[in-house]
Design a protein around this ligand. Structure first.
Ligand SMILES: C[S@@+](CC[C@H](N)C(=O)[O-])C[C@H]1O[C@@H](n2cnc3c(N)ncnc32)[C@H](O)[C@@H]1O
Length: 215
C-alpha cells in the first residue's frame, strides 16, 4: 500500500478472520466492516477482491483532517475516502457514514461481517452489547461468517461495562443457528501509544469467529 493507516501498528487477529473468509466465502463476496476507521482492514479486504460495505461514524476517520499524534506531533491524517482513491480501490467499497446502531438495514445479506475493537467505544455504551451483536448477526446470510475482535476488561472500570467482554460471554449470543468456529484471547500486553491514547497502555483482546448455519 502507498498509504498508511493511523492504526497500522496495533495488534489484530485480522489474519485469522481473513483465513476463515478465504475458506468460506468466494473472492468476490461482500463483507461488511463495522467501525472501519481509516481503512486499515478495509483496504486489504478490497485488495483481495471482496466487495466491502464500511460503516463508520467518525467524520475524521472518513474524510481526514488534523490530528495530534503521540509525542504531541501535529499532523494531517488521510481519511478512508482518500486512501481508497489513492490505492484505486474505491470501486469495491461502499461507505456508510452513520452510527451503525442507527443505520438502516442493508437491502441484501452479506457473506461476512467483521468488526475490530469498535463496540467498546463509549458512544455505544447506552445501548446493550446484545443489540450491537444482533445487528451484526442479522446482516449475515445462511452459511456466512461473523468475526469480531474486541477489548477485554483490564482496568477496574472496564468490569462495570459489558462492552468489554470475553470470548465465553460473547459466545452466549450465538444460539442454535450459529457455530462458533474459533475463539482466542491474548494475555495483557503493552500497546504503543496511538491516536487517542498518547501513552503506552495495557490491553487484553479477544476474538470470536462464528458461521451461520447453512439452510
Ligand atoms: C479502534 S477503531 C478501529 C481500529 C481498528 N483496530 C483498525 O485496525 O482499523 C474503532 C472504530 O470504530 C468506530 N465505531 C465505534 N462505534 C461505532 C458505531 N456505533 N458506528 C460506526 N462506527 C463506530 C470508531 O469511530 C472507530 O473509528
Amino acid at each position: 500500500m502507498q498509504t498508511q493507516s493511523l492504526w497500522e501498528h496495533t495488534l489484530t487477529f485480522f489474519p485469522q478472520f481473513l483465513a476463515a473468509l478465504k475458506e468460506r466465502v468466494s473472492p468476490d463476496g461482500t463483507v461488511a466492516v463495522i467501525g472501519a476507521a481509516d481503512g486499515r482492514l478495509v483496504l486489504p479486504l478490497a485488495a483481495a477482491g471482496y466487495r466491502v460495505i464500511a460503516f463508520e461514524r467518525d467524520p475524521l476517520a472518513l474524510h481526514g483532517g488534523d490530528v495530534r499524534l503521540p509525542g504531541d506531533i501535529d499532523d494531517h491524517a488521510m481519511g478512508l475516502i482518500d486512501r481508497l482513491k489513492l490505492e484505486e480501490l474505491h470501486d469495491r467499497v461502499q461507505i456508510v457514514e452513520k452510527d451503525f446502531l442507527d443505520a438502516e438495514p442493508l437491502s441484501a445479506l452479506c457473506d461476512a461481517v467483521w468488526t475490530s475493537c469498535s463496540w467498546h467505544y463509549s458512544a455505544n455504551h447506552h445501548r446493550p452489547l446484545a443489540e450491537f451483536v444482533a445487528r451484526m448477526q442479522l446482516m449475515v446470510r445462511a452459511g456466512g461468517l461473523f468475526g469480531a475482535e474486541f477489548m477485554m476488561p483490564v482496568e477496574e472500570r472496564h468490569h462495570l461495562i459489558e462492552h468489554y467482554t470475553s470470548p465465553e460471554k460473547l459466545s452466549r449470543h450465538f444460539t442454535s443457528s450459529w457455530s462458533v468456529l474459533l475463539s482466542l484471547r491474548t494475555n495483557e500486553f503493552t500497546e504503543q501509544a496511538h491516536i487517542g491514547r498518547p501513552q503506552d497502555h495495557t490491553h487484553r483482546m479477544g476474538l470470536l469467529l462464528a458461521a451461520r448455519t447453512p439452510k
